[in-house]
Design a protein around this ligand. Sequence first.
Ligand code: ZN
Length: 610
Amino acid sequence: MHDADYYKNLGFKSGLEIHQRLATAHKLFCSCDPNLAEEEEIGKVERVQRAVAGELGLVDVSTSFESGKNRKFVYNSFRDATCLVDTDEEPPHNLNSEALETAMLLAQTFGCGVPDEIEVMRKGVVDGSDPSGFQRTMQVGYNGHLELNKKKIPIPSIFLEEESSGIVSQDENTVTYNTDRLGIPLIEIDTDPVLATPQEVKEVAFKIGMLLRLTGKVQRGIGSIRQDVNLSIANGVRVELKGFQELDVVDKIIENEVERQINLLKLRDELQSKKAQVGSAVDVTDVFASTASKVIKENLRGEGSVYGARLKGFAGIVGFEINPNRRLGSEISDYAKVSGIRGIIHSDEDLEKYAISKKEVIELENRLGLVEGDAFMLVSGQSGAAKEAIERAIWRAKMAIKELPLETRAVDSKNMTSRFLRPLPGGSRLYPETDAMPIEVDKKKLSSLKKMVPNIEKTSRNLKKDIGNAQLAEQMQKSPQLQLYNTIVEKSKADPKFVAAFLLEKMKDMRRSGIEVGAIPEDVLIYIFEGYANGVVTKNAVEEIVKALPKGLDEVDKIVSAKKLEKISGANLRKLVDGMHEKDKGALIKKIMSKYRLNIDGEELNSLLK
Ligand SMILES: [Zn+2]
């Protein structure tokens, strides 16, 4: 890990864009259920949208990237979660007032001013994730800030908007979306790009997330909050990182991104000093007419082709590791993959791994005009896709000599790196939504909401008091489970310390061992903890139930009786102890607990034996 001076000298600047789904009774502009559907889709809407210039490719940079293809978008609809508003066959209904209230609360939470009138706007969406081609959005806050370690971080704007559709699958011609997600109220919070170190980005992301949860008005669970990080260094370019799964590794991933840019700049200088060039695409399909390479043979089936290109002066550079397990070749490969092929093969790789023969390599070198110090790359696949892929790869290789491309990159949490997702979009175009009237802000409401603005210090004091363990309380305050904790404690009346420890430790262990505890509905958890609070089951049994629980409230009782988890207490416990006929207290406890660990509360047994 580098220190703050290191990043200062690099001219590191970073900002956050946080998207959080709000917990409301219905969607933003219709009365549909704002939760992801659990049932199968009930219908489909298909739309053909002509690929807008620059959608996949890189406008103004290379026209060869324009596919010009007509892509088909398929929208799955759901019984309770999709209506005609979502599929853009009916104008929006009235704005969800509950969502607006929460947005006004959040605006004030981050010290923002709220406009006198909220104006609904349309923001163009080109990736097809909205059947209407735009997303409704409205600014609900301006000129706010967040304080972190005495530093004031400007939050220039907060927006309330519609969530986009969730992508289900995509291939060369069709993209399929689920519309259950579309239109869920979403809040967007942006910071200015003033964050000075990767560590600071992580801390600010944590703090914003915590404040959002402290309001108690946001959705929980996977995907309900998304953090995008934009960053740049003085000689590098602005890049946006998307898709962080866990905040714990945000700093590490940013460190690697900085490293990537530094390494690519080094390689650029080296390529320039070698007067590197990239040749045009050459059809080399015939070289592989009787190849032993399984990968290439498979790609040549039907209408397949192999294209190659000379990388003059690139020897040793295509294979240079710029990030853990990522080379310049991986960067080039990412661009080729946009065309639906599996990636590129380059000469800095072990070609025997692909079973490409020495003879084929010599033939290729001749055909591409290679000399000492050169490298080559190959793309194979169905003819159209392969041709497009090699052009994209050539474009990226040429950029390696010139500059870093402006990119939106997808985070790979496992490897703590990122890969090219699409070119960085320009500023979004906003235009008025003519189907929705401006909304006058109720000043009285606004000031009554001000009283609900969460107070971190107060929350911290209360948690410490309730949980009775400072470390656990602090962990709880920072945890995404805080809202769930509050609800469970309030509704089940179970011991706060037990609930906190269970959510933070036991459930984390279960998640790690692959049990999908995140899918357990809130009311089911409340029911289980109620069972514990009312003496129906023991602490140990709570764990057993949650582990065994697939989904649904009625299952809990079935698990309890099937696994014989009913609590044994009071007179029944006394009867059990008497029936053991064991004089030695230690031996008795051992004997009884080994058999009834899940049914007996250890403390009760102890006091009974006394
Ligand atoms: Zn709807």
